[in-house]
Design a protein around this ligand. Structure first.
Ligand code: F6P
Length: 324
């Protein structure tokens, strides 16, 4: 293998740049030609591909976003789109890929490998942490700390006005950001897509809690099965039926996707990036480089996208127990 390419795809995540840097420099260290593909699979289809040097990744380790830009490509989901992408890679002689992204990215990479046999190793880049085969994903730690910082600030004003705040965090299919920011932020409740949310229980507990606490924080993952934080707040408010109680909603949104990556994200990204290139050279393919129990391990894409990483039950217990 002489020429490889790296790209970022799906929702961006803080630490993606640190990962690109590690891929580029590890490739150069091992004597490979390294290319960067802009805008994920979209750029692959269009041939928006450039040669990268060591200096191409200078001064990016600390930056959020991704210098290669990112996209969610509809065209790559078609046979024709993948055919175009293959021809672009072939014309440049690219023999291997490093795909930085989440489950959508790996679903595409797996299909592409099965159809065209281009060896690919993935790096888990998503703030959601919902990838099987790694304890944490690149960007998760930064996103949790961003959410936590906001929750701390909201707590100040919630206490000052004796209010109940419903804070919506990201997580379309998974509640990891909600759970960790909820534990760190001392939330009374955390509502996540993985467990059934019980409005009656929340109403009952809020009534009891309000005898001892004047304000409360409820963290809602955006993918909760009962709906958005706004919808859930309304359901609770309608049942509490007390006009003197003040309910507020804050949706944190995309601020969770940006910002300087934490040290943990930079180290994880660098480890995964190096492991992806060295995995390609060692013949590992159609798999993702992740870190489990401190060790770099390769997990087949099939498992990364087909298996669900569960929320730890002791995390759910902690939220319940510490809210009394
Ligand atoms: O997958 C990461 C994520 O931030 C999810 O938590 C969120 O639901 C989604 O991306 C939002 O995507 P977009 O930025 O394309 O609206």
């Amino acid at each position: 293998m002489k020429k490889i390419a790296v790209f970022t795809s799906g929702g961006d995540a803080p630490g993606m740049n640190a990962c690109i840097r590690a891929v580029v420099r590890t490739a150069i260290y091992h004597g490979l030609d390294i290319y960067g593909i802009n805008r994920g699979y979209e750029g692959m289809i269009e041939g928006d591909i450039k040669r990268m040097q060591s200096h191409s990744v200078s001064n990016i380790v600390q930056r959020g976003g991704t210098i290669l830009k990112s996209a969610r490509s509809m065209e790559f989901k078609t046979l024709e789109g993948r055919g175009k992408a293959y021809n672009q890679l072939k014309s440049l002689g690219i023999e291997g890929l490093v795909a930085i992204g989440g489950d959508g990215t790996f679903t595409g990479a797996k299909l592409f490998f099965e159809e065209y046999g281009i060896p690919t190793v993935g790096c888990p880049g998503t703030i959601d942490n919902d990838i099987y085969g790694t304890d944490y994903t690149i960007g998760f730690d930064t996103a949790v700390n961003t959410a936590l910082d906001a929750i701390d600030k909201i707590r100040d004003t919630a206490a000052a006005h004796d209010r109940v705040f419903f804070i919506e965090v990201m997580g379309r299919d998974a509640g990891f950001i909600a759970v960790e920011s909820g534990i760190g932020g001392g939330a009374e409740f955390v509502l996540v897509p993985e467990t059934k949310s019980d409005i009656d229980l929340i109403v009952k507990s809020l009534k009891n809690l309000r005898k001892s606490k004047s304000s409360s924080i409820i963290v809602v993952a955006e993918g909760d099965e009962l709906g958005s934080a706004q919808t859930i707040m309304q359901l609770v408010k309608d049942r509490i039926k007390d006009p003197s109680k003040d309910f507020k909603v804050t949706t944190l949104g995309h601020i969770q996707r940006g910002g300087k990556p934490t040290a943990r994200d930079r180290v994880l990204a660098s480890r995964c990036g190096m492991a992806a290139v060295e995995g390609l050279l060692a013949g590992n393919t159609n798999c993702m480089a992740g870190v489990i129990n401190g060790e770099v391990l390769y997990t087949p894409f099939q498992d990364c996208i087909g298996k669900t990483k569960p929320i730890l039950s002791d995390h759910l217990k902690l939220i319940h127990l510490l809210s009394i």
